[in-house]
Design a protein around this ligand. Structure first.
Ligand SMILES: *[C@@H]1O[C@H](CO)[C@@H](O)[C@H](O)[C@H]1NC(C)=O
Ligand SMILES: *[C@@H]1O[C@H](CO)[C@@H](O)[C@H](O)[C@H]1NC(C)=O
Length: 336
């Protein structure tokens, strides 16, 4: 039975499911209009979602995309949020990863063309979690939060709350009593996220955290990144073993490979002269630092169509028994 229902869900999402070529997101949202007008399929999917305990799993709307729990071609489950204006966001349970945010037809979140969307490796793209370690360090690079399935704690058409608790797999690497929740809220004017880490154990533990966020750009040469960069020291990981340097620019333009940690900068604004759009990465709690990453020149990774502007807590947080830490980040689109 589960197999049949999954096929139905897959059929519905075939044309709309993740495609790996860059620039296909807009097509995806328009094809979804056709797909969702098929009430029979929606009914099937609603039934499927309900059978899995999803409250508002497929509230059928007469027009436009519909919200709910979906399965992609690779067998991974994701939650699609839809608001009244038809803006959407997709959040994969694998890695608790936001892979799409479309507002007014514009996709703001990028997934690399070489990303695997079947769970065989962490999703290379989206708002990818680095937790409990940014890396490199004692455990696997970027930690394990991005390669385990998070569970859905609650959801509505416009919001979802995911949860990640310790498993045998995580305990083998990092034997701590934690509970992470990650909430995503599709609002009228922005996409809000909240990462919460709670220490459920008796002893304190340390962690680092990041949203290794990939954003779309029309072309890297048309991107500039504003923020409080000027005068700040940054770790330039592309020089030797890493070198501290001082930024003298007001706005960053990327014209070579970048891997830089700007500590104490958390107000980046992406300005894309090609799309005429801006995207403010609004870090209002917890996220103190920004990492800029772009594999300039790497066609296979599609370097020219994305930039990583990561919300980071670089210096480790020490969390005592019963304490919690929160990182609040919202993506706010605008016009240039
Ligand atoms: C995550 O969930 C998917 C879909 O249910 C499943 O196929 C996959 O094996 C799970 N992955 C892990 C690492 O548990
Ligand atoms: C980038 O900017 C240049 C110069 O303004 C323009 O000619 C080009 O079309 C832009 N590229 C994209 C992809 O928008």
């Amino acid at each position: 039975m589960k197999f049949t229902l999954t096929i139905l869900a897959a059929a519905l999402t075939t044309t709309t499911a993740f495609t790996t070529a860059p620039g296909t997101h807009i097509a995806r949202s328009t094809t979804f209009l056709e797909a969702s007008s098929n009430k029979k399929k929606i009914a099937s999917r609603t039934k499927w979602a309900e059978s899995r305990g999803m409250a508002s799993g497929g509230t059928a709307v007469a027009e436009g995309p519909s919200a709910g729990l979906m399965t992609n071609e690779g067998g991974l489950e994701y939650v699609r949020l839809v608001n009244g204006a038809g803006d959407t966001s997709d959040i994969y349970l694998y890695g608790g990863c936001v892979t799409s945010y479309i507002k007014d037809g514009q996709e703001y979140v990028a997934v690399r063309p070489d990303a695997k969307m079947d769970g065989s490796k962490p999703i290379s793209g989206g708002l990818s979690h680095c937790w409990p370690q940014f890396g490199p360090g004692a455990i696997q690079q970027h930690g394990f939060a991005r390669n385990v399935n998070w569970s859905v704690k609650s959801m509505t058409d416009t919001s979802v709350e995911l949860e990640m608790a310790p498993s045998d797999y995580t305990k083998e690497m990092w034997d701590k009593e934690f509970l992470c929740t990650f909430s995503v809220n599709l609002e009228d004017d922005k996409l809000s996220t909240k990462m919460n880490v709670e220490n459920k154990g008796e002893e304190s533990f340390d962690f680092q955290a990041a949203l290794h966020s990939y954003f779309t750009v029309s072309a890297i040469e048309n991107l500039s990144i504003a923020g409080s960069f000027a005068g700040k020291e940054f770790l330039n990981k592309m020089v030797g073993e890493g070198e501290m340097q001082t930024e003298d620019r007001e706005e960053i333009i990327i014209s070579e490979e970048y891997d830089r940690v700007y500590k104490g900068v958390n107000d980046p604004v992406l300005k894309d002269s090609g799309s005429g759009k801006t995207l403010t990465v609004q870090n209002t709690a917890g996220w103190e630092d920004t990492v800029l990453w772009n594999p300039y020149g790497n066609e296979g990774m599609g370097y020219n169509n994305f930039v990583c502007v990561e919300s980071v807590k670089f210096d480790p947080v020490t969390l005592g028994a019963g304490e919690s830490w929160t990182g609040d980040m919202a993506l706010v689109p605008g016009d240039l």
